[in-house]
Design a protein around this ligand. Structure first.
Ligand code: SF4
Ligand code: SF4
Length: 717
């Protein structure tokens, strides 16, 4: 430029511009490198985690979740805002880099951006800077005026993060203004001097600033030009070095966090990566007890959280006032890491993570036991932060120390001695199927060496022993019988699947249950497994190894309906409106959303409504398995909230496909005062009730008989 000096030529404060800006670059880059290196210290000391496999699958995730911002639109307004900001940042990255180099070498042009391409890129980035600036203004207004509830920080979790968020948003806005001022002052000077003017995008921020500077004198323009450049430089490096101290660190870490995200989320993390079950006895301590027991990836999660609050906004434990909010599982761990691994100073570690605040611990036992492992937090997180593995690992640590809630000790002992949490006799496991009258209409084989079948119906503890849930077992058996399935059960040999035991952190007990069942299943010779319990389904499919193919009964029914093997009688009660509740371990954990709905929609005359929170946003009923034996402090039951959601949707019949959901929902209907106004039914029960059987009147007969068996079998216990 002829009429004002370029940044390298300027001599502010008696220092040549080139020297000044080179110094800023070097200091900025070195400081940033040092800070990041210090942030990596705990990751180096962390536990192993195998995340280097399947590079193409990981790259695909980066394209989808990072570049494609896949999860952001789940929150329409904030998501769209974030997409604009992210796109702006991506577009502006090269421009920012070029501007930095211009301070040292004025004639620098980014390769590929000379001539028309460069001019077009400048136009695009003028708009990008404007959009990012506007987004910052909107975000600040949202934070200050509209104050979305999910950003709030309850007093028990510390101070509000608003000031930090506003500070960072303002810095980005300043960066955009400085960048635009630099371009505007340059264009205004060119215009002033009668040179050809670099085109600025009409109505963009640089364009508007250029218009505002139109009548400014050349010396003043020179000052604006220099100020724009200097502020851009300083803000850029300040932001770069400040971000690793707070939530904005995700700008640097999110790409890596998504690349290294768990590919097989449905499979629970092993106790120690790289240690097989056979060698677990050599592991000194199970689970996470101190910060360094987390894996490096879990620590990366802590750095990558954007504090958006979506996880907690969807967490049922948080919604009912349990002492758990997943967002703060992360935030507290990050604060712990920053405090114990400071950028300047010595690292200190070893404090137990669970315990009293006074002793420096960050979590309470109740907080960790409050999780139902429903997966809503993970489903929602745009940065793929993992929670279930961490929570289970923290529980493993507590179990290892003998720190198990009182109410859980009895069911855990019963599981150890009897193979079920109720402490019932093994020989009574098949009572639900053995009632004489039931055997006459639906013979259920007990599989053994001389009594084989193609299909094993894995019943699991609750359906085997709970009087009410036995009805689900009988309905399932009758459906299998109806479609001509050659099936049987393991009977007394079957033990609890161990699904909840594992999620409660009792890995050794889980392994014993699993190994026993694996042997029994293999000995049965069955070529496929069917279950009506999503928890058993998840365990058999993901926690067990080398099993025959496993299906949930809803999948079997949907297939047989399509094949024409199951036909339905119409619903007789015209006033019934059905809402399907997605069980977490069928829906979110295994993506079985459509089969149960297809089955319901195949029943003539069935009116079905969707709850607002359905499918992958389904709201947990309160947790299955051992959650039935543990009652955390809460303001309201999750089940009550769920039945209220169904009522709001206009339903008076809740259908689910899980015996644990059934316990919680039926209980919640009573607690919510909806008795007489709402009922609950399992999908298998409804199908059994509505199946058009060859013999007229068989439906009514079977329904009546079902009730009698409940009485008959319960009398045997
Ligand atoms: S798994 Fe469910 S209950 Fe547990 S923290 Fe996540 S959302 Fe909350
Ligand atoms: S963990 Fe994910 S969803 Fe939760 S606050 Fe952090 S970024 Fe948001």
């Amino acid at each position: 430029m002829v009429d004002i000096q370029s940044p390298p030529q300027m001599t502010p404060w008696l220092v040549a511009g080139r020297t000044l800006f080179l110094t800023i670059h070097l200091l900025g880059v070195l400081l940033f490198a040092y800070i990041v290196a210090m942030r990596l210290v705990p990751l180096v000391r962390a536990q192993r985690d195998f995340r280097f496999d399947h590079p193409l699958a990981r790259l695909e995730r980066v394209l989808k979740f990072w570049l494609g911002q896949w999860k952001h639109p789940r929150y329409k307004f904030a998501g769209t805002l974030h997409i604009f900001i992210f796109a702006g940042f991506i577009l502006l990255a090269i421009r920012a880099f070029s501007v930095l180099i211009v301070g040292v070498s004025y004639n620098f042009v980014m390769p590929g951006l000379a001539g028309r391409t460069g001019a077009a890129y400048d136009i695009v980035t003028d708009y990008a800077a404007t959009i990012v600036f506007l987004c910052m203004v909107i975000a600040v207004i949202r934070r200050l005026v509209f104050k979305p509830a999910r950003y709030a920080v309850p007093a028990k979790f510390g101070k509000a993060h608003t000031a930090d968020a506003i500070f960072l948003l303002s810095l980005i806005a300043i960066l955009m203004v400085a960048d635009s001022l630099f371009a505007a002052a340059k264009a205004a000077t060119q215009s002033h001097a009668g040179h050809s003017v670099e085109t600025l995008a009409a109505f963009s921020l640089p364009w508007m600033l250029q218009k505002a500077l139109a009548s400014t004198s050349l010396p003043a323009l020179g000052k604006f030009y220099f100020a724009g450049y200097l502020v851009h430089e300083i803000t850029f490096y300040f932001l770069l070095c400040y971000r690793p101290f707070g939530i904005q660190f995700h700008v640097e870490t999110s790409l890596f966090n998504i690349y290294f995200a768990k590919l097989d989320r449905e499979i629970l993390k092993p106790v120690r990566y790289g240690v097989s079950d056979e060698h677990l006895d050599q592991v000194k301590s199970f689970g996470v007890k101190t910060f360094e027991d987390f894996t490096w990836k879990h620590m990366l999660d802590f750095y990558s959280c954007a504090d958006c609050g979506r996880c907690s906004d969807n967490c049922p434990a948080n919604a009912v006032g349990r002492p758990l909010s997943p967002r703060f599982i992360t935030i507290k761990a990050r604060d712990y890491s920053f405090h114990h691994y400071p950028v300047f100073g010595h690292a200190s570690n070893g404090t137990p993570l669970i315990g009293s605040k006074e002793s420096g611990s960050i979590y309470s036992a109740d907080e960790i036991w409050s999780c139902t492992t429903c997966g809503a937090c993970e489903e929602e997180c745009p940065l793929l932060v993992e929670y279930i593995d961490k929570i289970v690992d923290l529980r493993r640590g507590m179990v290892d120390d003998g720190n198990v809630p009182q109410s859980l000790q009895k069911p855990l002992k019963a599981l150890e001695s009897r193979g079920n949490p109720y402490g019932k006799m093994e020989k009574k496991k098949a009572d639900w199927a053995n009632a004489k009258d039931f055997q006459q209409i639906c013979p259920v084989k007990i599989l053994g060496k001389s009594n084989g079948a193609d299909t094993l119906y894995f019943v699991d503890s609750i359906t085997s022993y709970d009087d009410r849930m036995q009805s689900i077992g009988r309905a399932t058996a009758k459906i299998l019988n109806h479609v001509g399935e050659n099936f049987g059960i393991l009977g007394a040999v079957e033990r609890d699947s161990g699904h909840e035991v594992r999620r409660f952190g009792e890995e050794t007990l889980f392994m014993a249950l699993r190994d026993h069942n694996v042997e029994a299943i293999k000995a049965s010779g069955a070529r496929r497994i069917v279950t009506a319990d999503p928890h058993a389904y998840n365990a058999l499919k993901h926690d067990y190894k080398d099993m025959p193919p496993v299906e949930h009964i809803s999948q079997v029914i949907a297939r047989e309906v399509k094949a024409g093997k199951i036909n339905f009688n119409p619903i007789e009660n015209e006033n019934s409106v059905y809402a399907y509740h997605d069980p977490c371990y069928l829906g979110r954990h295994n993506q079985i959303y459509d089969d149960p709905r297809d089955v319901l929609d195949a029943i003539p005359g069935l009116k079905r409504v969707e709850m607002t929170r359905s499918r992958d946003r389904s709201f947990c009923c309160g947790g299955g398995g051992l959650m039935l034996f543990y009652e955390p402090k809460e303001d309201q039951r999750m089940g009550v909230k769920r039945v209220q959601m169904a009522a709001e949707a206009g339903a008076n019949v809740m259908v689910t496909a899980c015996p644990f959901c059934m316990v919680n929902i039926e209980d919640a209907i009573k607690v919510a005062g909806l008795e007489g106004k709402m009922t609950a039914i399992d999908l298998a029960e409804l199908v059994d009730q509505q199946i058009a059987r060859e013999c007229p009147g068989a439906k009514e007969e079977s329904a009546l008989e079902s009730k009698e068996y409940v009485v008959a079998s319960s009398s045997t216990q």
